[in-house]
Write a protein that binds this ligand. Structure first.
Ligand code: SAH
Length: 238
């Protein structure tokens, strides 16, 4: 049987709906493509197991369900997106969460990355600037039974001092520079993953490592494109 099909102009090719296993395979394939940049052939098995456990289709809007297991970002309203699964997995792998760790996430968004983190560490603190997104994610966590997540509505540029220091920090929106407050709130030995660069352009995904003496080393891992880290207390509610 021929594997090729030619569709007349104006006719759409039949859509192949991807499932969870396709998504995991696509992540593994993309890790392979980018191995010279990210310095590894495979992500941590615990991270991949958490990616298998958390149902991405619950975190996308109803009209996006058919694309829930595509390895790409999707709109979630308010001009924001649920991140690409490969990037979610890579960023979590970069901060290397351990079961006893407490992790800070800036940019809850859909809550998908938050839920995956919650499988891998003892507590996730997640800050989101758009109130509606934070409330919707909190409802979802309750419904799906994720209990080790504490959330705050506000500007995560300043971190979350009350619970600092953190073993790891993940920033899921692009900053023009690495916010000093976040570096300060990282434990010695801690790791932070953050996209840094121009808004609405390409950024570099950076890994910030703080050594036991408190000295930080920053390296660029990969080119990425994230929505901007908003630098004010309120954003327009679309
Ligand atoms: N990991 C999330 C990504 C969401 S997109 C997911 O997969 O769903 C980035 C999120 O960061 C958006 O929800 C946006 O509203 C939020 N954000 C942007 N600037 C912020 C800021 N200064 N503080 C907290 N959240 C912010």
């Amino acid at each position: 049987m021929s594997r090729c099909a030619i569709f007349p102009p104006g006719r759409k090719a039949p859509e192949v709906k991807k499932n969870l296993q396709d998504m995991l395979d696509d992540i593994e394939r993309e890790v392979q493509y980018t191995r010279s940049l990210i310095g590894k052939d495979a992500l941590d098995a615990r991270v991949m197991e958490a990616m298998r456990k958390v149902p991405r289709d619950e975190f996308v809007p109803p009209n996006m369900k058919s694309a829930a297991f595509e390895n790409g970002p999707l709109p979630i309203g308010h001009g924001q997106t649920i991140s690409q699964p490969y990037i979610v997995a890579l960023m979590i792998d970069m901060v290397a969460p351990e079961p006893e760790h407490r992790i800070l996430e800036i940019g809850t968004g859909s809550g998908y990355q938050t839920a995956i983190l919650s499988q891998l560490c003892s507590k996730v603190y997640s800050v989101e600037i758009v109130a509606e997104l934070s409330i919707a994610a909190a409802d979802l966590f309750k419904r799906l039974g994720y209990q080790n997540i504490e959330m705050r509505i506000g500007n995560g540029y300043h971190g979350w001092l009350e619970h600092a220091p953190y073993d790891g920090i993940i920033v899921t929106a692009a900053a023009t520079h690495i916010p000093e407050a976040l570096v300060e709130q990282l434990k010695p030995g801690g790791r932070m993953a953050i996209p840094v660069g121009l808004p609405y352009s390409y950024q570099e995904l950076m890994l910030v490592r703080k050594d036991e003496q408190g000295k930080t080393v920053t390296e660029s891992v990969l080119g990425v494109a994230f929505v901007p880290l908003v630098d004010k207390e309120s954003v327009s509610q679309q």
